[in-house]
Design a protein around this ligand. Structure first.
Ligand code: SAM
Length: 280
């Protein structure tokens, strides 16, 4: 166990749903520091009440972060120990905090990590999507045109893409992903992670979209994971689509290969190789 050091900013991760995920070290530090900067003090007060923590709270959100950073650095330089938390998960991950941390580093103030839950790594750990390489893309814009433009910046990527999304925009976001990446790419929606109704819905983008469009109302917190077609359309969906198109067309295989390649965003030669193996 390390002592709580004076003049240090501790960046502390808090649970994303299940209170048992607060680490013993986080619990100890939140009780030991002199002041905790929190995204929403009312929200963090509930967490503190649950754990019997009585440390003073001060708000630090996107609208006051720059000004708060100055005040907090003064306190840190005066020898105070401080913690930074957000409403849930890891501060600075789609949450306030980065400016304070940057200002501390620029001022030579010690910054220490107290890691814990983050929704996107939690989703990746249970979604069963390729996880050796991925890009965390944060929240997409709320407006359709901006969302489509943003999604287009990710075409041609060769790794799993991870997005945060609000439940009421989920179906629209999936539809836009279909427009940009094609219906066939592998997708997972991880909902309510670590909570009672945790679920992961997996399938092609078309299947996942159909599942959520068919629900009355989508609720809860959501992470979307998507494998862009270039890299990892599994042979299964390629085979299924090829066979389907060959049956429908009855035309020259070259034409079908070309169309399927375009639809899945794969190279013609890759699809042709699959066609040859299927023929065998
Ligand atoms: N700082 C947080 C982290 O470390 O993941 C993220 C904060 S961001 C404002 C909130 C978004 O994270 C939600 O809209 C959702 O997309 C995702 N999220 C947070 N908790 C989640 C959960 N329990 N299940 C699924 N997604 C979650």
């Amino acid at each position: 166990m390390t002592a709580t050091l004076p003049g240090t900013l501790y960046v502390v991760a808090t649970p994303i749903g299940n209170l048992e995920d607060l680490s013993p070290r986080a619990l100890r530090l939140l009780g030991e520091v002199e002041l905790v900067a929190a995204e929403d003090t009312r929200h963090t007060r509930k967490l503190f009440n649950h754990f019997g923590i009585t440390t003073r709270l001060l708000s630090l959100h996107e609208h006051n972060e720059a000004q708060r950073a100055e005040q907090l650095i003064e306190k840190l330089q005066g020898g105070m120990s401080l913690a930074l938390v957000s409403d849930a998960g890891t501060p600075c991950i789609s949450d306030p905090g980065y400016r304070l941390v940057a200002a501390c580093r620029a001022a030579g103030v010690e910054v220490a990590s107290v890691p814990g839950p983050t929704a996107f790594t939690t989703a990746l750990s249970i979604a069963g999507m390729p996880s050796d390489r991925f890009t965390f893309c944060g929240f997409l814009p709320a407006k359709k045109s901006a969302r489509l433009r943003e999604l287009e910046t990710f075409t041609g990527r060769r790794e799993t893409l991870i997005f945060y999304e609000s439940p009421h925009r989920l179906v629209a976001a999936l539809a836009d992903m279909s427009t940009v990446f094609g219906d066939a790419c592998q997708t997972a929606v991880a909902r309510e992670l670590t909570k009672l109704h945790e679920e992961v819905v997996r399938g092609t983008l078309a299947e996942v979209q159909a599942e959520f469009s068919g629900r009355d109302k989508v609720r809860g917190e959501i992470v979307i994971l998507l494998v862009p077609p270039d890299e990892a359309v599994p042979t299964e969906s390629l085979d299924t689509l090829l066979l389907k198109r060959l049956e429908e067309h009855g035309g020259p295989p070259k034409q079908v290969v070309k169309e399927v390649a375009r639809e899945l965003g794969l190279s013609g030669s890759e699809v042709y190789q699959r066609y040859l193996s299927l023929k065998k």
